[in-house]
Every structure is written in C-alpha cells, then in structure tokens.
Design a protein around this ligand. Structure first.
Ligand code: PLP
Length: 411
C-alpha cells in the first residue's frame, strides 16, 4: 500500500475511504461479499502481467509454465469441490461465462427458455437490452401469482410449445431452492440443453448447505464473488462431453488472454471453500437470511414466497407505503446498503420498484449472527419508515455500534 500512496495518493485515499465505508456500515447487497486477504493477495500479484492465451500446457505464449500451475490447481479444485467432470476458470465475469455458453450451444436466431428478469431472472437470460435477447429468440417463464415461486407448469408448457434449444434456470432474485430435477426432465423431454446460472447460490452449494445443480445440468456457470467469496469474475463447470466446445467458446471465441491473477485468486477461493469453516459459514448465511427475513416480516415487510431458503430475500414494501427506491435511499443514508428490487407483478417501474432485496453473505463473513440480524431488521425498519430523515443519525450511530468490533477489513 505504501507504493500506491507514494505514486498516487488520490487513488490511495479512495481505497482507504472504500475500506472505511465497508467497515462502518451494513452491506446487505445479496451479490456482494468480503473476500479474504489471501484472495486479495493473489489479485494484487505479478500474475497480472502474464499473457497466457490458451489452456495449461496448450498456450500461445512462452513463459506460461508457472501460471499453468495456478490454473491447473484451480481446475482440479473446482472439479473436486463440485464433483464436476470439467471446469473453466477463465471467464472474466458471470456475463462472459453466459456468453460462452450461448456461443457453445446456440446459433443466432435459436430459441432459449429462461426465467423472466422482472420475476427474478438475469439480464443475460434473453432480455432485449442484452446480447442474449438481441441475438436469440428468448421465451420467458415466470413465477406463479399465488406461490410467487417458479411456475413449473408454465415452464413445461412453454418448453413443449416452443421447443427451445436451451433451457436456463437461475437468476438474481430467487429466494427459494430450484427444482433442478424438474428442469432436467423438461429439457430431456424437448431435447434441450440444461444451463444452470448458479451465480447467486453456488457458494451455498460449495458449502454443502443446499443441493447442487451439477448432477443435473449440462453446464453450470457462476460468478466467483458472491456467496463463494472469491475475486470478481466468472467460471463454469460442465459434463465431459461439452468440455471442448465450452473451452473453445471461452477462448478464442469470446475472450483473449485470461486474467491470470484472477484465475489464481479463484483457485485460492476454491481452496477456502473446501474447508469445514466455509461449510459452517454457508449454513450460517442461510440461518442469518432466514432470521433477518422473519424479523423484517414482523416489521410489516412482506417476504415474497413467504420466506427464504437461501442467502437472499425479496421484501414487498407496499404494506408499509414505501417504494423500493425510497427504502434504498433512506437505508443508505443510515449506512445500511441494500437495493431496490422489482417484485413479481410489480405495479411500479423498475427504477422505483415496490420491493427491496437483502442478502447476508457479507454480514455473515464479518461474524454477525441471528441475534444481530434481529437488530439489523429493526434498524432497517426504522430507516425505511423514516420519511423526514429525523432518525437517520440515530440509526447510523447504532449501525456503527453493531459493527465496530466486527470490521469487514482490519486496518
Ligand atoms: N448471472 C446471474 C444470475 C447474476 O446474478 C449475475 C450478476 O449479478 C450475472 C449472471 C452476471 O455477472 P457479472 O456481473 O459478473 O457479469
């Protein structure tokens, strides 16, 4: 850090300010976490210098014998952790991993079937603003209005009607477990590839806290920076029969040189995930999420689907007369960071939204437990119901008290 301060004090100050922001607040964004010092060390390493187009032992550059070892270790760790035939650690992000899957299996104009974005899917699952919706014919299933969980009957009948080449499950705002066996059955019936985008929940799978999609899916993509607690980036695991096509789709079809410092950092995170401590962490993430969700329900915020099985929940704020945008701003002013989120069948536009999404990966990493979550829920409630801002300073002070002995990052 000394070198950075000497060369660029402005950026050094910004890094310190961000560390202070993380330490003096509650980070409840469901897709974020506090990655370990070991992962950060790999990220800030000389492996950032190396060009290594290709794969271990098959590179288009000299001098790759050292970085090859890092990537090979990472691949082996991923295969062991997830019981997968094959792994590719090179996708720069979750969106890049998804692009590679489309590249491996689809031609422009082909039909895919995925969860709709406003019901909890992801931009890269066929929305019009993304390559996935521009290049492919996307058909979307959603959640049932009664249960607010995935409408499996609708998914099945859309598959029968449209005969998609690929079926996608997973998303960014799904609080419940997904029935992968049901998706496999439908994919087999219509002859589709089953692609599971496990970005959100793969860390819970790694920690053996929820069932794995790997035995069911042709390919599973994920980000490495959410519950999994690794560096920002993407990855995929797949069945042996798809390994060559997916590797070629990642490189050279979709990317050039891999980010070898990120690949090494992913290997470190995968090692961390294989420990009993991480398994306990993954279970605690869910316990905290359930405690937080139940306590928010008592404060009048209605959990979509009635609760959660995972690290996140979606809360409908219509009952307390607050929009998602107002809640995000009011909580943020009191150093509680969460995001507005559309709820299924939302009457509001996405920029306002009727709900919020909260997740517990980061607060669990810093050591908060279920009792703390009940305090967090009451702080959220006070903040979001506080229309005139008269409570902001008091809530922020209580947030400070709650986290001051459990910093995200020690100085
Ligand atoms: N897929 C899902 C389900 C996600 O939630 C996300 C990110 O939040 C992505 C893909 C995209 O990941 P990235 O932001 O790394 O491109």
């Amino acid at each position: 850090f000394g070198a950075l301060e000497a060369t660029d004090p402005e950026i050094a100050r910004i890094l310190l300010a961000e560390r202070d922001r993380l330490n003096d607040g509650l980070q409840l964004i469901a897709s974020e976490n506090f990655t370990s010092p070991a992962v950060l060390a790999a990220l800030g390493s000389t492996l950032s210098n190396k060009y290594a187009e290709g794969y271990p032992g098959r590179r288009y550059y000299g001098g790759c014998e050292v970085v090859d070892q890092a990537e090979t270790l990472g691949i082996e760790r991923a295969k062991a952790l997830f019981g997968a035939d094959h792994a590719n650690l090179q996708p720069h992000s979750g969106a890049s991993a998804n692009l590679a899957v489309y590249g491996a299996f689809l031609q422009p104009g082909d039909t895919l079937l995925a969860m709709s974005l406003p019901h909890g899917g992801h931009l890269t699952h066929g929305t019009k603003v993304s390559f996935s919706g521009k290049w492919f014919n996307a058909v979307h299933y959603g959640v049932s209005q009664e249960t607010e969980d995935i409408d499996y009957d609708q998914m099945r009948s859309l598959a029968r009607e449209h005969r998609p080449k690929m079926i996608i499950c997973g998303g960014s705002a799904i609080p419940r477990l997904i029935d992968f066996a049901a998706f496999r059955e439908v994919a087999d019936e219509v002859g589709a590839i089953l692609f599971v985008d496990a970005a959100h929940f793969i860390g819970l799978v790694a920690g053996k806290a929820i069932p794995s999609p790997v035995p069911y899916a042709d390919v599973v993509t994920f980000t490495t920076h959410k519950v999994l607690r690794g560096p920002r980036g993407g990855m995929l695991v797949c069945k042996a029969e798809h390994a060559a096509a997916l590797d070629k789709a990642v490189f050279p079809m979709m990317q050039g040189g891999p980010l070898m410092h990120a690949v090494a950092a992913k290997a470190v995170a995968l090692k961390e995930c294989a420990t009993p401590e991480y398994q306990a962490y993954a279970k605690q993430v869910i316990a905290n999420s359930q405690a937080l969700t139940a306590a928010l329900a008592e404060e009048g915020m209605r959990p979509i689907t009635g609760g959660t099985d995972t690290h996140l929940s979606l809360l409908d704020l219509q009952g307390i007369g607050v929009t998602g945008a107002e809640a995000e701003a009011r909580a943020g002013a009191a150093r509680i960071v969460l995001n507005k989120n559309a709820i299924p069948y939302d009457p509001q536009p996405p920029s306002i939204a009727s709900g919020i999404r909260v997740g517990t990966p980061a607060t669990t990493t810093q050591g908060l437990d279920e009792a703390d979550m009940r305090v967090v829920a009451s702080l959220i409630s006070r903040a979001v119901k506080d229309a005139d801002g008269s409570e902001t300073a008091a809530v922020a002070a209580e947030v400070h008290e709650l986290v001051k002995n459990k910093p995200a990052y020690a100085s």
